[in-house]
Design a protein around this ligand. Sequence first.
Ligand code: NAD
Length: 308
Amino acid sequence: TYKYRVLVASHIHEKAIELLRSNGFDVAVREEPSEDELASMIKGFHALIVRSKPLVTKRVIESSDVLKVIARAGVGLDNIDVKAAKARGIEVINAPASSSVSVAELAVGLMITVARKIAFSDRHMRLGEWPKKQAMGIELNGKTLGIIGAGRIGSTVAKICRLGLGMNILYYDLSKNEQLERELGARYVDLETLLKESDVVSIHVPLTPETQHLINEKRLRLMKKTAILINTSRGQVVDTNALIKALKEGWIAGAGLDVFEEEPLPKDHALLKLDNVVLTPHIGASTVEAQEKAGIEVAEKIIDYFRK
Ligand code: NAD
């Protein structure tokens, strides 16, 4: 007797499922089925919700009959054959804003961790040492933060760092962000100026042909020797080999990285041997709140879609 049926094929927040049910949708939950299972069960469902798993392949899509929407409760669409979906007139939606605050907070966390050598101290204390002398740090207050890509995440980082830490904000983007200039006194500069003048550089551009290895050897050499580089965008935006050289040879002071050109980071990777880099395993969106927001955001979009 239900008009629309939704298949939830990954673990999403309970509130999102409740929201769909209270809006009259029939919701079935089958977390992370295999391709075979998904292909054989997809018939009869009008919407499919996934996260970074399961794979929604061409075969799965072509096995559907009434499917209208594929929703990713999160941001990246790497596991969905978007082309095959479009070819069948199936809309692919995601929740691009859901993790902005979480990623921004992680970027700021990495900045402080590098500036105050927190991870370094922890590592050495566990070895029975008292690394007080080696853990001399710097304050972020009054320093200059350069934001590369002042979109949702970049502007949130700028806000936290301006209002919370008293940093001065420079930014580089394809276009000016008037609001950021008005509210935070942020200054729009070209990339070269940003790299030369910033004490902390934080990267928040999407991965595109233009941003692939945007931060290369030549640009790393423009940075201050005391500067810190933070990357929570995509690993490919930074030339890893050049960064390793920069960290080893002291062209910059340190780095905080949540994303890598190869994920998971290989066991013997050179980055793992450097003391002036802090690493996290792509956890930008891994918070209770981001997951909840992602589930609710796609549930609302599905409700809107079928209301039209
Ligand atoms: P957004 O689209 O809101 O902002 C991106 C900004 O980059 C935009 O202002 C855009 O104009 C700018 N930009 C694009 N190409 C550019 C270029 N060539 N030069 C300069 N600026 C350019 O995106 P967002 O939501 O802020 O996310 C930023 C990135 O963060 C995403 O693309 C994603 O890869 C990454 N991300 C990472 C995690 C994580 O877990 N670490 C989670 C979510 C998103």
